[in-house]
Design a protein around this ligand. Sequence first.
Ligand SMILES: Cc1cc2nc3c(=O)[nH]c(=O)nc-3n(C[C@H](O)[C@H](O)[C@H](O)COP(=O)(O)O)c2cc1C
Length: 169
Amino acid sequence: MDILTAIFTRRSVRRFTPEPIAESDLETLLRAGMQAPSADNGQPWYFVVINDREIMDSIPKIHPWSEMMREAALGILVCGRIAEGEMGEYWQQDCAAATENILLTAHGIGLGAVWLGICPDKKRMADFSALVGLPGDVQPFCLIALGHPAHAYQASNRFDPARIHYNHW
Ligand SMILES: Cc1cc2nc3c(=O)[nH]c(=O)nc-3n(C[C@H](O)[C@H](O)[C@H](O)COP(=O)(O)O)c2cc1C
């Protein structure tokens, strides 16, 4: 799929078939995440692949909008290491760029995915840190639920010229 088609037809997918995700596809997704731009090329991201069914089934207890994890083939917990200094403050933006790369790649290779927000909700961050045993200097940013889509989905046109200004508001 070409890049513009991927961008303009991606949607969140929340229903999945039982088909597992091939190892090669998982590697493609993780490579895409690590290919993202980051502040000062700091690449602060870490990815925890969650494919243990018991852990996946427990996630709705700590995240109110994550029922689809019971059906997902796996989840990728996108995490960031908080570096010392000014660039450390950009870790959330870096992780967001990695997340979007993974979402677009999933769509591009025929998988379905949805971004589940964790940061900046302090309780959710603490709960996910405990769930996977993150070290103290690594924070969870979001969870991406992934699998083979169980339904067709429609592109949505969100272009709004009123949101664009040139040179001055
Ligand atoms: C920061 C962020 C947090 C989100 N959290 C959730 C979530 O917890 N559960 C969920 O089902 N979808 C979540 N979404 C997905 C949005 O609901 C979805 O992207 C939005 O409705 C637009 O639909 P689309 O992705 O199909 O274009 C989140 C998206 C973002 C960017």
